[in-house]
Design a protein around this ligand. Structure first.
Ligand SMILES: NC(=O)c1ccc[n+]([C@@H]2O[C@H](COP(=O)([O-])OP(=O)(O)OC[C@H]3O[C@@H](n4cnc5c(N)ncnc54)[C@H](OP(=O)(O)O)[C@@H]3O)[C@@H](O)[C@H]2O)c1
Length: 396
């Protein structure tokens, strides 16, 4: 019987993963080792009562008594706090979903690799903040990382069996997000509710807002670079409002392989869950006749400054990814809290990167997780200072 754990079980990726687990036999087919949530005790307890993991962990330690109460008599062990989440990742499991949002997913994902698991990586922030360390850790322990972001899963599939040296360019697509067609001057008045809608995908709030600003695509460009080892100048982004073509690989002989599919994360999750086999998955089938036309456009740099910042991050390398992601997370928190405008986020991130590059050390190779976490904390502090916000409790 295969064993598996789901980190971020209560989120959008976690729920889709649980849906697939249930469709593929649930507890009859899988031994569930760990389920984790951030603060949603009610949903985590429900999931745990159905799937009966060895342990259910809530990252917000203050909610642990509620979780204990909700799971009393169920036989499911309970734990709380960031350390307990990381410890749960050390419990051996054949397959682990890394579905926590943000830099909080880094340490659990890293620990999971130590027992040579197959890590289904939705948490792109791990690769952005500590790509070389994560890839080296996987090699050291004979672990496998499978990308779960739809564009990266698409590239993984399009590149299957190909020699990476023959690739001229790779292109990942972006819907353009909620404000793709808004006049530029209206963007500064965009509300959190408006930014939290997506034209095609149903996802967590943070990634949805990041899709509107294209910070999500910026993270994904860096993720392509770190995961596939493709040079930054060979990675392109195309706005594709229909979200049916997820990625394209152009080879040196002029051939292009594209990956298409309906916008449903259960394809990429199910692909990673069954790899190297292909299972029957409950996703809508592609109907190009119904779609009628597929449209593409180059992203407008004035609308999506995050893409330019990502280029700078890849050029700098080292700890720049950790700083970029951390500053972005704090700026996003501030936008969600109505403390800054939608259009201020890029400026906050750029200001932090500029300050750090003035201080030196941004380009230093990340030799340990501690170095990454230090940079993460520094960038968060600088971002809060830049917005004149009070210091906050650390998330990672
Ligand atoms: N959703 C998608 O379609 C999609 C597609 C591609 C990639 N991704 C990536 O997948 C990851 C998850 O995205 P999502 O959309 O599923 O996010 P989400 O719906 O917001 O769910 C995030 C999950 O992380 C948990 N969490 C939040 N803060 C935490 C912390 N400090 N420590 C531990 N757990 C914490 C949440 O718990 P609570 O809800 O209990 O607080 C929840 O289980 C992100 O990295 C995202 O970029 C998502």
């Amino acid at each position: 019987m295969r064993s598996l754990s789901i980190f971020g079980a209560t989120g959008s990726i976690g729920e889709s993963t649980i849906d697939l687990v249930a469709r593929q036999g649930g507890r009859e087919a899988f031994r569930i080792v760990a389920l984790t949530g951030g603060s949603n005790v009610g949903r985590l307890a429900e999931q745990a009562r159905t799937l009966r993991p060895e342990v259910a962990v809530i990252a917000d330690e203050a909610r642990l008594p509620d979780l204990r109460e909700a799971l009393a008599g169920s036989g499911v062990e309970t734990a709380g706090g960031a350390v307990a989440v990381a410890e749960a990742a050390e419990r051996p499991a054949d397959w682990i979903m890394s579905g926590i949002v943000g830099a909080a997913g880094l340490v659990p994902g890293f620990r999971a690799l130590s027992h040579g698991t197959t890590l289904a990586l939705a948490n792109k922030e791990s690769l952005v903040t500590a790509g070389p360390l994560l890839m080296a850790e996987a090699r050291r322990h004979g672990a496998t990382i499978l990308p779960v972001d739809s564009e990266h899963s698409a590239l993984f599939q399009a590149l299957g069996g190909e020699d990476i040296a023959t690739v001229e360019t790779v292109t990942i697509t972006a819907s353009g997000g909620a404000f793709r067609d808004w006049p530029l001057e209206r963007l500064s008045r965009a509300t959190v509710a408006e930014a939290s809608t997506h034209p095609n995908w149903v996802m967590g709030q943070r990634i949805t807002i990041d899709s509107a600003s294209m910070f999500n695509k910026a993270l994904e460009v860096i993720e392509v670079h770190e995961f596939f080892g493709i040079a930054p100048e060979r990675i392109e982004v195309l706005v594709h409002p229909e979200s049916l073509v997820h990625a394209l690989v152009a080879f040196r002989d002029g051939g292009v392989i594209a990956h298409l599919g309906a916008p449903d994360m259960r394809h990429a999750i199910g692909y990673a869950m069954n790899w190297p086999e292909r299972a029957h998955l409950p996703v809508a089938r592609l109907n190009l006749a119904a779609a009628g036309r597929l449209t593409f456009a180059a992203p407008d740099p004035a609308r999506y400054p995050a893409l330019r910042l990502a280029r700078g991050v890849m050029e700098t390398g080292g700890l720049a990814g950790a700083a970029f992601n951390a500053a972005k997370e704090v700026a996003l928190d501030a936008f969600i809290a109505d403390a800054i405008r939608f259009t201020d986020m890029a400026g906050v991130v750029e200001g932090v990167l500029d300050r750090l590059s003035g201080l030196g050390g941004l380009e230093k190779p990340a030799e340990s997780l501690d170095m990454v976490l230090d940079m993460d904390r520094t960038a968060r502090r600088l971002a809060r200072e830049a917005m004149r916000l009070p210091a906050a409790a650390e998330r990672t």
